[in-house]
Design a protein around this ligand. Structure first.
Ligand code: GAP
Length: 455
């Protein structure tokens, strides 16, 4: 078990998973770029989510709504008024803190009635200085739409993706002739001007959400809340996260978001941070559609032909952050093992194996010709051309074979295909399995089927 995020942060940078945004300018705080392997892995995370949530189900359909939405959306959603964190500043070192986090660290329930905060006598954790009273700090990024800034309409970068689903509820329901219960899913960017971002890609100011909103009759809401809670947890387990590192945590009344009637977090045991939110399942009741009906003047109720009843659907939301989820998958897959590959000269004291689920691994097959000589290269190129039509492959012909295996283990590649001089004669290659290190000779013309079965 790791003791901090550090080894994974360092691997992520070294091997091209995640870079600091604007690094050559000193970096932009809490914004990250996904490198060649990071973009593959994040796409795989999103693909796995889409498959489980949309492709494999009859009752959930997809959407891709615009990031920029009418300002009124955010008044209706309650974000203009209520999407803020309690901010305090240190009068000494000027560092900013979230007052609720400081109270939680002392085991105190963060309830903020006027004057309550100052009674707590909390000091700055950094320098011990006095802290200011609380200010509410809205987390939405504001910008302007239009040519002349002074006349332009203020507009917000969406802080959650789901609002585009609510405003399209009737469009989707009517276009797809859907009957309740059904869900709408979408993946997209969200932005929050977080006061205390950090811990690598755990809390950033620009991130991606994978959200699904399930519209139901109020009587069935509890049943579906339970169903989604279990399904979302199972998704993480199926993709390889160890059960012992996952748990549910019900929200207490005082921590419920302004829209939520009940909520549960799926928490992950982040090294050095302990159990923290990975994803959430929220019972949003009829808050969203009622508010959008009121603010837009459009009736967003639904007529149920079986019940012969018209009502505002209730919503059970599942919300997962693609970046935070990717961090959890990387952390859980990371393992340092005793030296296990290579000849004497290339042996190291410890090796890193990223035991990623095959569906999530950025590269599925590495092609490793034992020599750069022409006949081996030709056969290796042919093999790569055939395999890359189906999977992400990587060609590596530099260094000893032990070093090359280690390079692939470190990025989680499930299979390495080694082409040697015997391959020219017997038309067979060696396939090495990342986890078992078992090596098998496989005929070149059976290789694709062999890997197909494994992958
Ligand atoms: N629509 C509901 C909603 O946005 P949330 O609990 O605020 O709920 C849902 O966010 C998920 O989005 C979180 O569980 C987390 O995975 C991800 N998330 C939220 N804020 C984030 C941030 N600043 N950086 C990275 N991921 C974040």
């Amino acid at each position: 078990m790791l003791e901090s995020l550090e080894p994974v942060v360092s691997l992520a940078k070294r091997r091209g998973f995640v870079f600091q945004s604007s690094e050559i300018y000193g970096g932009l705080s809490s914004c990250y770029d996904f490198g060649p392997l990071g973009v593959e892995m994040k796409n795989n995370v999103k693909k796995a989510w889409w498959k489980a949530m949309v492709q494999d189900r009859d009752d959930v359909i997809g959407l891709d709504a615009s990031i920029l939405m009418a300002s009124k959306v955010w008044e209706a959603s309650g974000h203009v008024e209520g999407f803020s964190d309690p901010l305090v500043d240190c009068k000494g070192c000027k560092k900013r803190w979230r007052a609720d986090h400081l109270l939680e660290d002392r085991g105190i329930k963060p309830v903020f009635k006027p004057g309550e905060w100052l009674k707590q006598d909390v000091k700055c954790p950094e320098c011990g200085g006095d802290l200011t009273d609380i200010r509410k700090f809205n987390l939405m990024f504001k910008t302007f739409m239009g040519v002349v800034e002074e006349d332009a309409t203020p507009i917000y970068l969406r802080p959650e993706t789901c609002q585009g689903i609510y405003t399209n509820f009737l469009n989707v329901q009517q276009a797809m002739r859907k009957k309740l219960p059904f869900g709408i899913a979408q993946i997209g960017k969200a932005f929050r001007n977080e006061i205390t971002p950090g811990n690598f890609i755990f809390r950033t100011r620009e991130f991606e959400q994978m959200e699904q909103q399930y519209f139901t009759h109020p009587d069935e809401k509890d049943k579906f809340f339970k169903m989604w809670k279990e399904l979302r947890m199972q998704w993480y387990i199926d993709l390889g996260i160890k059960k012992k590192n996952l748990r549910f945590r019900d929200h207490e009344k005082h921590e419920l978001a302004h829209y939520a009637k009940q909520a549960v977090d799926i928490e992950y045991n982040y090294p050095g941070m302990g159990f923290k939110e990975l994803a959430g399942v929220h019972d949003r009741g009829d808050w969203d559609l009622t508010r959008h009906s009121k603010f837009s003047g459009q009736d967003l109720s639904y007529f149920d032909p079986e019940r012969k009843e018209k009502f505002i659907p209730h919503i059970v939301e599942t919300s997962d952050g693609a970046d935070r989820v990717m961090l959890a998958f990387l952390l859980d897959a990371y393992e340092e093992v005793e030296t296990r590959s290579g000849d004497e000269e290339s042996k190291h004291e410890k090796e890193v194996v990223l035991r990623l689920h095959k569906d999530l691994a950025p590269i599925k097959v590495a092609i490793l010709p034992l020599s750069k000589k022409e006949p081996l290269q030709k056969l290796s190129n042919q093999i790569q051309t055939e395999l890359r039509a189906k999977w992400m492959t990587q060609y590596d012909e530099t260094g000893s074979i032990g070093k090359r295996y280690r390079r692939q283990d470190e990025i989680g590649t499930p299979y390495c295909v080694t082409i040697d001089f015997d391959s020219l004669e017997d038309k067979k290659v060696t396939v090495r399995d990342r986890d078992t290190m078992k090596q098998e000779r496989v005929a070149v013309d059976e290789l694709k089927d062999f890997l197909e079965e494994k992958l």
